[in-house]
Design a protein around this ligand. Structure first.
Ligand code: NAD
Length: 469
C-alpha cells in the first residue's frame, strides 16, 4: 500500500494519524469553505481529469478490459459531466433554502444553511474505480470538505493514475490519496472522521459501519444487492431486450445496478428468451471473446465464483469461459428458481438468470424471499397502473421504467440504496447535501416580544392549543 509520495512501501499507522490530524487542522483554517475556493478546486480536478483521460482509459483496459466507449460513458465522461453540472449549479446549491415557519414560531423566517461536514473518508470499490472515486470527491469538494481517498487494491493500474491525479492537483492536507488493502483500511477506520462515504459490498459495509460507530461518525453506504428486472406481458419486447442486454453486460456485468435477474411474464417467456439470445449474438457476435466491446472479470477469485454459478443444463446462450483471460461469455440461464445457487447472492458477473411469473403476487413472493433489498428495480411495461403498482410496492434504492441502470446517469435525481443495499444518497444536489450538514435556522423578529411561551403560564394553555393545531 502506498501514499501519494511513495509508491513502494506501506503507509504506517503514524503517517495515517498525522495525515488525518493535518486535514483537521487545515479544515479548521476555513480555507475549503468559500464558494471561490470550491470552484477553483473543482476546476483543478477538471483539468487533471482531462489531462489524464487517456491514461485512465488505458488503465481501465488493463485492469478490467473495459472498452474505451464504456470507460468514457461510465467513468471519465460521467465525472466530467458531473463536474460541469456542479460548477454550473454550486452557487445556487450553497444558498440557504427558505422553509415555512410554523404559527408557534412566528413572527419569523426559516432557512436551511449548508455547512461542510469536515474531514471525510471515501472508500471506493474495484468495478468503476474512476467514477466511484471522483463522483463522491466532486460532491465533497463542492460541499467544502477535506478528503482522504482509499481505492481498491484490485485495480492497481487505475489506482496509480488516480494517485497521480490527486497528488498533482491537491496538497494532502486538503485531498489525500491512500492505496491500501484491509490493514490500511482498518487503520484508516480507526481515525476520527466527520463522515465516511463507502461504496462496496454489504459485508464490508457492515465492517465500516461498526468501526464508524465507535467514533459516532455518520456513514453513507453505497452497497449492492439483487436488482431485479420485470418484463411484463405488455412490454415492447425489442426495446426491453435491447436495453436489458446493453445494461446487463456493460463492464461484464460488474455493475452494482446491473439487472441481477429477470422476471418475465409466462405468456411472453419463449418470445423473450428467443429475442434475448438473438440480441446477445447480434451485439457481441457468436464468440464474444473476440468482441472489442466486452470487458473481463477483475480477478481469478471472482472468475471462479461466477463460473460456479452457471448451471450448464439451464444455459440458452453463452456459458463459455477462459480462466487465463478471465473471460466469461454473456450467459443466460432459463427456468431458474429460488432454489438455484445463482439466486442466493448478488451475481456481479455476466450471467443472467431468468425466472417466470404469472401474477403480481409471484413477483412479491420472490423479492420477499431474497436476502437483500434490491439496489434497483426495473420494469418494462406500457401500463401506467402497473408502473405505479410496482414503484409503490417494491422497495428498492432506485428504479427505471422501461430502462435499466440509466437512473444512475441522471445527476438530477438521488442515487443510493435502501435497507441492505445502502443508506444515504448522492449525485448532483443530493451529493452536495450528502457531504453537507443541513442546519435549520429560525430567525425570530424583534419588533414583537410574543409572551405566549413565557411563565407564568396561567391559563395560556388554551391559546397554546390553538397555535399548535
Ligand atoms: P468490497 O466491499 O470488497 O471492497 C470495497 C472497498 O472496501 C475496497 O476499497 C476494499 O479495499 C475495502 N475492503 C475490503 N475488505 C475490507 C475490510 N475487511 N475492511 C475494510 N475495508 C475493506 O467491494 P468490491 O468487491 O470492490 O465491489 C463490489 C461490491 O460493491 C458489490 O457488492 C457491488 O454491488 C458494490 N457496489 C455498490 C455500488 C453502489 O453505488 N451502490 C457501486 C459499485 C459497487
Amino acid at each position: 500500500m502506498t501514499t501519494d509520495n511513495d509508491n513502494n512501501r506501506a503507509t504506517t499507522e503514524l503517517e495515517i494519524i498525522e495525515l488525518v490530524a493535518k486535514q483537521h487542522d487545515y479544515f479548521k483554517t476555513g480555507a475549503t469553505k468559500s464558494y471561490q475556493s470550491r470552484i477553483d478546486n473543482l476546476h483543478k480536478l477538471k483539468a487533471a481529469l482531462i489531462k489524464y483521460e487517456a491514461d485512465m482509459h488505458a488503465a481501465l483496459k488493463q485492469d478490467l478490459g473495459k472498452p474505451e466507449f464504456e470507460s468514457y460513458l461510465t467513468e471519465t465522461g460521467f465525472c466530467l459531466h458531473d463536474l460541469s453540472t456542479t460548477l454550473k449549479k454550486l452557487k445556487g446549491w450553497m444558498k440557504p433554502k427558505w422553509r415555512m415557519t410554523s404559527l408557534l414560531t412566528q413572527p419569523g423566517s426559516s432557512r436551511v444553511y449548508y455547512s461542510p461536514l469536515g474531514v471525510n473518508l471515501i472508500i471506493a470499490p474495484y468495478n468503476y474505480p474512476v467514477m466511484l472515486t471522483f463522483a463522491p470527491l466532486i460532491a465533497a469538494i463542492a460541499a467544502g470538505n477535506t478528503v482522504v481517498i482509499k481505492t481498491s487494491e484490485m485495480t492497481p493500474t487505475c489506482s496509480a493514475v488516480i494517485r497521480k491525479i490527486i497528488s498533482e492537483a491537491f496538497d494532502p492536507e486538503y485531498i489525500a490519496y491512500i492505496e491500501g488493502e484491509v490493514n490500511e483500511t482498518t487503520l484508516l477506520l480507526q481515525q476520527k472522521f466527520e463522515h465516511i462515504f463507502f461504496t462496496g459490498s454489504p459485508r464490508v459495509g457492515s465492517i465500516v459501519m461498526s468501526a464508524a460507530a465507535k467514533n459516532l461518525t455518520p456513514v453513507t453506504l453505497e452497497l449492492g444487492g439483487k436488482s431485479l428486472c420485470i418484463v411484463h406481458s405488455d412490454a415492447k419486447l425489442d426495446i426491453a431486450v435491447n436495453r436489458l442486454v446493453s445494461s446487463k453486460f456493460l463492464n461484464a456485468a460488474q455493475t452494482c445496478v446491473a439487472p441481477d435477474y429477470v422476471l418475465v411474464h409466462k405468456s411472453i417467456k419463449e418470445a423473450f428468451l428467443s429475442k434475448l439470445k438473438d440480441r446477445i449474438i447480434h451485439v457481441y457476435g457468436e464468440d464474444a471473446s473476440t468482441s472489442p466491446d466486452f470487458a473481463r472479470i477483475v480477478s481469478d477469485n471472482h472468475f471462479q465464483r461466477i463460473c460456479a454459478l452457471i448451471d450448464p443444463q439451464k444455459v440458452i446462450v453463452g456459458g463459455q469461459s477462459d480462466a487465463e483471460t478471465r473471460y466469461i461469455a454473456p450467459t443466460v440461464m432459463r427456468d431458474v428458481t429460488l432454489a438455484d445457487n445463482i439466486m442466493s447472492d448478488e451475481v456481479f458477473g455476466p450471467v443472467l438468470p431468468v425466472l417466470e411469473y404469472e401474477t403480481l403476487d409471484d413477483i412479491y413472493k420472490i423479492v420477499d424471499q431474497l436476502p437483500h433489498h434490491p439496489l434497483a428495480c426495473y420494469l418494462f411495461s406500457e401500463s401506467s397502473a402497473l408502473q405505479l403498482e410496482i414503484m409503490n410496492n417494491i422497495q428498492s434504492g432506485g428504479a427505471c421504467i422501461n430502462n435499466c441502470i440509466f437512473h444512475a446517469a441522471n445527476h438530477h435525481i438521488p442515487f443510493g440504496g435502501v435497507g441492505e443495499s445502502g443508506m444515504g444518497a448522492y449525485h448532483g444536489f443530493d451529493g452536495f447535501e450528502c457531504f453537507s450538514h443541513k442546519k435549520g435556522v429560525l430567525k425570530t423578529a424583534s419588533w414583537l416580544d410574543n409572551p405566549l411561551t413565557y411563565a407564568p403560564y396561567g391559563n395560556k394553555i388554551n391559546l397554546l392549543r390553538k397555535f399548535m393545531k
